[in-house]
Design a protein around this ligand. Structure first.
Ligand code: XMP
Length: 535
């Protein structure tokens, strides 16, 4: 059955659990709030601040958290507080801009601060703060991370000051449930979601459990049984095709589907010609050994290279690769019988970063091909069981399903493969160069025992050529960039502090063993402002 790509994919939703909604006012750390709430054992979703009432109501939120954001409440087109937040009759916590909005709407005063406060600060608790459930068990003073221009000048009527900092006389404010009107509402000027606020997790847990009275009934593993039931209900007796990429996400999807629908599932591994050295054999061997699924390989290198000929633009590469995958799957499906569903390992960060309706106001960073790059005339309905999970949660689900560490802890590898690591045009020759450099890097990191500590490590063939000298000759050859990052979920990342001698060995081997490369540079940018991949 054909379906336009805008139609929502079938994804078992973790509803039925206590749910907290974070409303996104555009902060860089909005997703981190969601992560912290889930880590506390409470299911949480991020919705845009102007999400339709019905979408929010469908989640039956037990509390709202309002994120920070770059705007000022007194700007004319600044995001506003949607009426459902105060009408819902559930506890609210405003963070930074979220706090300023609450103050503004409830009759307090917000003004630009003479001092922009950015970085570490200490919050002194007031007498009321020390009695407050929000700050229970926090030291006094407690260290926080601030990042704000505006600040509260006067809290709204009925609100007490709970904490003060040098530049924010109202660093924390609150209205307890028993202070007259209705439900508890709190606001904090600092960011509890970042690691630089060491007691941030404690404070959020206080809000969830002491203020909102939640129990904490969610974990990634608890998701497994619901997802299995959800998949069975959605799929019925139909057949499902699952594109196995070799990465953890699609492996977890395959294991979940196999548990749910057994031999109604066929897995396809596509050799796109954009894989790393030895990868196709390794994936077929590992998955063949560990997963009792119907797994088929499709050799498709030639057709992917044809589609990429002469294409340099990263988004265009992604689009063409995404479309070609679907064409390959459609052809494979014809050899299997009627196939209604295509399963994919889409994760929540893919959904957020690809600006699908869940985050319509956000800027599009990249079209991850399994989210946005699908052709409109696709013959499948999509099923994406991990659509609401973060990467580390997907790994936990994989372990709960009994997948071995060797699959669960594989480094992520992007769907468009080496095409987004060969900058500019993708040619067979450039792929050979990159593949060799990449293999050397991974060999050396493995030999140094660093693989597991690193989220992702890879080489990039840049489109820079530079002058070098080899023996008595001048060279004018390619620069290879090597990248290794640490991360918890791929949303933010830091460059890995690889020992210099390991970096030295990698560089030495690449320039000596890979023809056409005379320079190696190590990428020391974090995400943000860079992304993990170069394209
Ligand atoms: P970025 O480069 O956006 O990547 O920081 C975050 C994580 O996602 C992977 N990635 C992709 N995965 N299709 C995928 O399946 C894609 O188009 C894609 N682009 C990036 C990337 O490797 C990293 O783990």
């Amino acid at each position: 059955m054909a379906q336009p790509p805008e139609a929502p994919p079938a994804a078992p939703h973790p509803s039925g659990h206590e749910t907290v909604v974070v409303l996104d006012f555009g902060s860089q750390t909005s997703q981190l709030i969601v992560r912290r709430v889930r880590e506390a054992g409470v299911y949480c979703e991020l919705l845009p601040w102007d999400a339709p009432d019905a979408q929010v109501a469908a989640l039956a939120p037990r509390a709202f958290i309002l994120s920070g954001g770059p705007a000022s409440v007194y700007e004319t087109d600044a995001p506003t507080l949607p009426p459902f937040v105060l009408d819902a009759g559930v506890p609210v916590l405003g963070i930074c801009y979220g706090m300023q909005l609450l103050a503004h709407d409830l009759g307090g005063q917000v003004a630009p601060s003479t001092h922009r406060e950015y970085g570490p600060a200490a919050v002194d608790q007031t007498t009321v703060g020390r009695e407050s459930p929000l700050l229970a068990e926090l030291p006094d003073p407690f260290p926080v991370w601030m990042s704000h221009g505006d600040r509260i000048e006067a809290p709204p009527p009925g609100f007490a000051v709970l904490g003060t900092s040098a530049n924010a006389p109202f660093a924390a404010m609150g209205r307890a449930a028993n202070a007259g009107a209705g439900v508890p509402i709190y606001g904090i000027q600092f960011h509890p979601e970042v690691v630089h606020t060491p007691q941030g997790a404690r404070l959020l847990a206080n809000f969830l459990f002491r203020v909102a009275g939640l129990r904490g009934d969610w974990s990634p593993a608890s998701f497994v049984e619901e997802a299995v039931t959800g998949v069975r209900d959605t799929v019925g007796q139909e057949r499902v095709l699952c594109g196995l990429s070799g990465g953890v996400d699609s492996a977890v999807v395959a294991a979940l589907l196999h548990r749910a629908i057994g031999d109604q599932l066929t897995c396809i591994f596509v050799d796109t010609g954009l894989l790393r050295e030895g990868e196709a054999d390794q994936v077929m061997e590992t998955f063949g050994r560990h997963m009792q699924v119907d797994l088929r390989i499709v050799e498709a290198a030639g057709r992917f290279m044809d589609r990429l000929a002469g294409v340099s633009d990263p988004e265009e590469k992604r689009k063409r690769i995404g479309a070609e995958f679907i064409r390959v799957f459609e052809e494979a499906a014809r050899g299997i019988g009627p196939v209604a569903f295509l399963a994919q390992g889409t994760l929540y960060p893919d959904v957020i970063e690809s600006s699908t309706p869940e985050r319509k106001a956000a800027v599009r960073i990249k079209t991850h091909h399994n989210v946005g790059g699908l052709p409109a005339d696709m013959q499948f309905r999509l099923i994406e069981p991990l659509r609401y999970l973060f990467k580390d949660e997907a790994r936990a689900v994989g372990s709960a399903l009994g997948l071995p560490d060797e699959i669960v802890w594989r480094q992520p590898f992007p769907g468009p493969g080496l095409a987004v690591r060969v900058l500019g045009p993708v040619t067979a020759e450039r792929l050979v160069t990159l593949r060799r450099a990449d293999a050397i890097m991974r060999e050396e990191l493995r030999a140094a025992g660093l693989e597991r500590a690193i989220w992702q490590s890879f080489a990039v063939l840049t489109n820079v050529q530079s002058v070098g000298v080899m023996g008595d000759f001048r060279t004018y050859a390619h620069a290879v960039a090597i990248r290794a990052v640490t991360s918890v979920d791929g949303m933010t990342a830091d460059w890995a502090r690889i020992p210099y001698d390991v970096l030295g060995r990698i560089s030495n081997r690449i320039v000596n063993e890979v023809p056409g490369v005379n320079r190696v540079v190590y990428d020391i940018t974090s995400k943000p402002p860079a992304t993990i991949e170069w394209e």
